[in-house]
Design a protein around this ligand. Sequence first.
Ligand code: UDP
Length: 243
Amino acid sequence: MITPTYARLTQKSDLTSVCLTVMHVRKLVWIVVEDSDTRTYLVAKLLARCKVSSVHLNVVTPDYYKHDKWKPRGVLQRNAGLSWIRDHHSIDNCSGVVYFGDDDNSYDLRVFEEMKETKGVSVWPVAFSGGVKIEGPLCKDGVIDKWHSGWGSERPFPIDMAGFAIHLCLLMRNPKVLIGRDRQNRLSKPGYLESNLLEQLVDKDLLECRGPPDEAIVWHVKTAEPDIPREHNDPSDPLDIEV
Ligand code: UDP
């Protein structure tokens, strides 16, 4: 599981929640990629405490990495995670499934069970994504019945980043495919990260529906910015405590 992360007041709280989830998943390797110039002490300590096998990487998103006033979030970090995985596997040693799990989502443990069966690309809908109650494929009898989204239904794959998992062999057979570029190697348009990735890997008809048909098992939530207006910024304040 590749998790991009960046420094903010709620970073440690969010990563702690994800840690407590992935600790229950057998054989999971948690690749945490910081959007920063360095690997921070805060994240290193958290990973050392978290009882899961982990890899700690970093790559900073430069300010110029913007177009149409849109700054893609977590793109270089997910690609760093993909490169690490590809560097540590081969086409003959590619059993496994890759999942992009943001640090601010909530995950039912069943999503990790479901993705283990992935042959190519597994999909499920994600709650609270894209301005609707649940976005992505709605399945019936194990096949996609219809897609539900609040915008951009013309996207080849109207799905959230947390709504799919990819078999590692498929990624190894397509070594150049990265996030943030389309088939013609142009920068992805806003909202097209998932579509541009998946259209280079799989035919829509071959997507594997997973998860219960009538329940969400991943939630695209966002931790509220803490409301701490009474905190003062006095450098002489002895309140030097990590949150
Ligand atoms: N992220 C990042 N750098 C940023 C903003 C976000 O690495 O400048 C990470 C963030 O921690 C999360 C992922 O990228 O794991 C997606 O970010 P966010 O949830 O803010 O984006 P959304 O999913 O709402 O588009």
